[in-house]
Design a protein around this ligand. Structure first.
Ligand code: PAF
Length: 286
């Protein structure tokens, strides 16, 4: 496994693989890897001739009062995990390689970027789309793998790929949970033991929604209210949003139909956690 930190080092490798006709699988990450990331890597290994993982804590997707400076970073740990998975190349650029002095170009997916997480994190998806488009241009992957944990991110990036005719397939993969149901996130490391316990309320609220749906409840307002009631009973939790929306355009739904996204963001202490459940014609996934 090699590590490239410059555009030239990366391009040289990619060109060689392309010339050999190898299909390139790409897993963009901000590092501090967990089983969720590794599940994406494993899928890429199965489906591609070469797997590239980027590790870049992207300053453009953090708001001025958010956790950019303290976001967990541990390259040695990440490198060991990726080596074990048989990754071919890590792209680990410094900020000045991605955003040199005078950088001015941004990508926005209008409307979708302002909903759900976009409401409380203005500019977040502009930062995500900008860095992901740059990474796609550099890595030129055939497929890129993302977790459904960030459902809005998947929906927005799919739209960006469609609108800009990018020659890459977005492959979303199931959210991965810890043994007790908490969705894996690098930010879980911020939680104290007491907060870690309180954080289970996110998954519990989705379990409640699932039970209600399975017993025939279709009214989105009813489901949402019951979820809010359950979360509000947890003293360490403060709701950012609980929404039931269309899985394509993220517009609020009145009735649960064949497809829906139930998404929530909740502060546990100072840590903002997200989770979701998706209803598709294939069933409920969370
Ligand atoms: O999901 C993430 O970790 C980030 O948003 C991504 C896609 C790596 C872009 O910085």
């Amino acid at each position: 496994m090699e590590i490239a930190s410059t555009v030239n080092e990366l391009r040289e490798k990619i060109l060689a693989w392309k010339n050999q006709g190898r299909k390139i699988g790409f897993v963009p990450t901000m590092g501090y890897l967990h089983e969720g990331h590794l599940s994406l890597v494993r899928e890429s290994k199965k489906r591609s001739g070469a797997t590239v993982v980027s590790i870049f804590v992207n300053p453009k997707q953090f708001g001025p009062t958010e956790d950019y400076k303290v976001y967990p970073r541990d390259l040695e740990r990440d490198r060991a995990l990726l080596e074990k998975e048989g990754v071919d190349l890590i792209f680990y650029p410094p900020v000045e390689v991605m955003y040199p002095e005078g950088y001015r170009t941004y990508v926005e997916v209008e409307d979708l970027q302002d909903k759900l997480c976009g409401k409380s994190r203005p500019g977040h998806f502009r930062g995500v789309c900008t860095v992901v488009l740059k990474l796609f241009n550099l890595v030129q992957p055939d497929e890129a793998y993302f977790g459904w944990k960030d459902a809005q991110q998947v929906i927005i990036l799919r739209k960006m790929v469609e609108d800009l005719n990018l020659p890459v397939k977005i492959v979303p993969l199931p959210l991965v949970r810890d043994h007790d149901g908490l969705a894996l996130s690098s930010r879980n490391t911020y939680l104290s033991p007491e907060e870690r316990q309180a954080a289970l309320v996110l998954k519990k609220s989705l379990d409640l929604a699932e039970n209600l749906i399975q017993t025939g409840e279709k009214n989105a307002r009813q489901i949402r209210e019951k979820m809010i009631e359950l979360i509000s009973a947890e003293p360490l939790a403060r709701i950012d949003y609980v929404e039931i929306v269309d899985l394509q355009n993220l517009e609020p739904l009145e009735k649960i139909a064949d497809e829906a996204l139930i998404a929530l963001a909740v502060f546990i202490g100072r840590t903002r956690l997200i989770d979701n459940l998706r209803i598709t014609t294939g069933g409920i996934e969370k």
